[in-house]
Design a protein. Structure first.
Ligand code: CDP
Ligand code: MG
Length: 143
């Protein structure tokens, strides 16, 4: 019998730095070539309320004000992606938080700012509970 991993949904957000640099198209191409189905998408701006809900685990940390300012510096594109093992696989191809330390060929290595940790091109959900919470938050009422 085949050993299949479960089909899952995850959330990617193309952050303002990558949107402003016109890298959204190349990032979506990488996602498609990596076997993800694009299930939903939207372009929006992050207001204070959404920033505080989305990054609830980081509110109060020293980097939160800078992160919020960065996430509010331009439009964001969110996509719901489906694939086998989507959550872990996306984190793998995104690379680690610090773009300057991300593996060659990962999205953050290719498109993140290697001199400014906050500016790392994309967000990717980190576990099933976060993926569900974040998808519901960004695509509230299926909008
Ligand atoms: O995004 P990821 O899950 O890899 O990292 P995180 O620890 O959940 O942090 C969320 C985001 O905050 C990062 O993607 C960075 O944009 C930013 N951050 C930062 O500016 N400075 C840090 N020391 C840690 C994170
Ligand atoms: Mg995180």
């Amino acid at each position: 019998m085949e050993n299949r991993l479960p089909m899952e949904e995850t959330l990617i957000m193309i952050k303002p730095d990558a949107m402003l640099a016109k890298n959204a198209g190349e990032i979506i191409t990488i996602l498609e070539k990596s076997g993800f189905e694009l299930k939903k998408s939207k372009i929006f701006r992050m207001d204070d309320e959404l920033a505080e809900k989305f990054y609830v685990e980081h509110v109060g940390k020293d980097f939160f004000p800078g992160l919020k300012k960065f996430m509010q510096s331009g439009p964001i594109m969110a996509l719901v992606l489906e694939r086998e093992n989507a959550i872990n696989y996306l984190r793998e191809i995104v690379g680690c938080t610090d773009s300057s330390k991300a593996e060659p060929g990962t999205i953050r290595n290719l498109y993140g700012n290697h001199n400014f940790l906050t500016s790392n091109a994309v967000h990717a959900s980190d576990c099933p509970v976060s993926a569900k919470r974040e998808i519901n938050l960004i695509f509230q009422n299926n909008k």
